[in-house]
Ligand binder design. Sequence first.
Ligand code: FAD
Length: 469
Amino acid sequence: MSLISELQTILGTSHVLMKGDLSAFELDWRKRSKGRALCVASPANTQEVAQVVKACVAHKTSIVPQGGNTGLVAGSIPDESGQQVLLSLKRMRAIQAIDTANLSITVQAGCVLQEIQEAASHAGLLFPLSLGSEGSCTIGGNLSTNAGGTQVLRYGNTRELCLGLEVVSASGEIYSGLSGLRKDNTGYDLKNLFIGAEGTLGIITAATLKLYPKPLSTLTAWVAVDDLERCVSLLTQSHQALGAQLTGYEVMNQFSLSLVGKHIPQLACPFPNSPWCVLLELSDSESQAHASQQLENLLSQAMESGLASNAILADSLQKAKHLWHIRESITMAQAMEGLNIKNDISLPVSSITEFVRTTDHALGQLVPGVQLVNFGHLGDGNLHYNVQSPAHMPASVFLETFEDPVNTLVYQQVKHFGGSISAEHGIGSLKVLTLPHYKDPIALKMMRQIKVCLDPLNTFNPNRVVMID
Ligand SMILES: Cc1cc2nc3c(=O)[nH]c(=O)nc-3n(C[C@H](O)[C@H](O)[C@H](O)COP(=O)(O)OP(=O)(O)OC[C@H]3O[C@@H](n4cnc5c(N)ncnc54)[C@H](O)[C@@H]3O)c2cc1C
């Protein structure tokens, strides 16, 4: 029997797509990479995933897992061979259980992040993971990329939010690790191998995640700041004043906000002429009045000491959402502006100002007039240091001529300052050839050994994260 016939028998003909417009599956979110799949297989449950894996292994066919396809490193689309099975987890979107005493939720991997947030909220609890793509990304994708987002400062990356996983292995066996335990020292922590593996080691089919009590009040402020150095100093001051109540600290340069103003004009931005703006969030478990007082004190101190040149405090939930919406629209506004060079980097917070100063300068010498879309989760040392063509140079010419030299310059600088070339988006196929230049060779060797051990036939997402000879 052919592989397609076997998959049709396992899943039903309507869940094995071969014809029609497959571009939603084959084209990446940034529209920079396009592949071609043998078919798109959409299982409804874990047993079906296991059967699909066994059939693919028997036919020596590789599998590319896909959730919401919002990844930014082209890890979830097939290569151009037309020989890979694209495994879409989107039908597997059940909330399986909420345990309010254990503060945990168990969900299938295709659950959309926003649906998990809403389910937690209906139970009076909080699932804190929050990304600009939360309306379409899935928890399987979030776990596989170890997504970060805007709440890492207080709650950690997706890895820190996961208690247990269910995974289909490369032999088609089901590893049932949905224990929900907070303590379990019975050997290697297997779940952490699959988190951040970008679908190269196994297919995540379900997860048990941590929930938290909802804060009594959450307040948001938007602060105008004259330079990045002051943004870093204000972060230090915010840590000192607010401690664990500081739940978000985002920075945005003027150019990145001007793109939001240009492409999404209904999102009016406060202080549009300020060189930098900070979005600061405080979550408090005492009272609204207590939270307001604390934030107002911090902002007046910042103004008095010259760290902030202006500031507003959102006085309603709607206004707070508006401010977050501006921040989260930068990625979309940048995509609307056209192609650009994306760098998702992390650095010790103490080195960020010097990194940006020297890298901006060096890029200006390499490409006179280059424009920098610079924003990110400064509280986590994570910058989206994106490079846009000079005003009068077509983006296609810019990319063709400068993509490699710009990336090399930025990555060398990242290395020099002790940072990472991928803070939260992962490696995918975009950076798989770059990684060996910047990763510790012993670490890379161990990563290859783990890949070969868990997936000896290289069935899962080949040529992503690590290359196997
Ligand atoms: C507007 C916008 C804002 C964003 N903001 C952030 C942000 O703040 N922080 C951040 O970290 N990222 C951000 N991203 C990137 C992206 O949303 C995340 O990487 C997200 O976690 C991907 O989820 P997904 O379901 O779309 O995964 P996909 O894009 O479908 O897949 C991502 C990777 O995971 C693998 N995969 C997917 N599902 C599974 C599974 N069940 N089992 C095994 N492997 C699987 C894929 O093969 C691929 O390698 C943003 C993207 C956009 C478009």
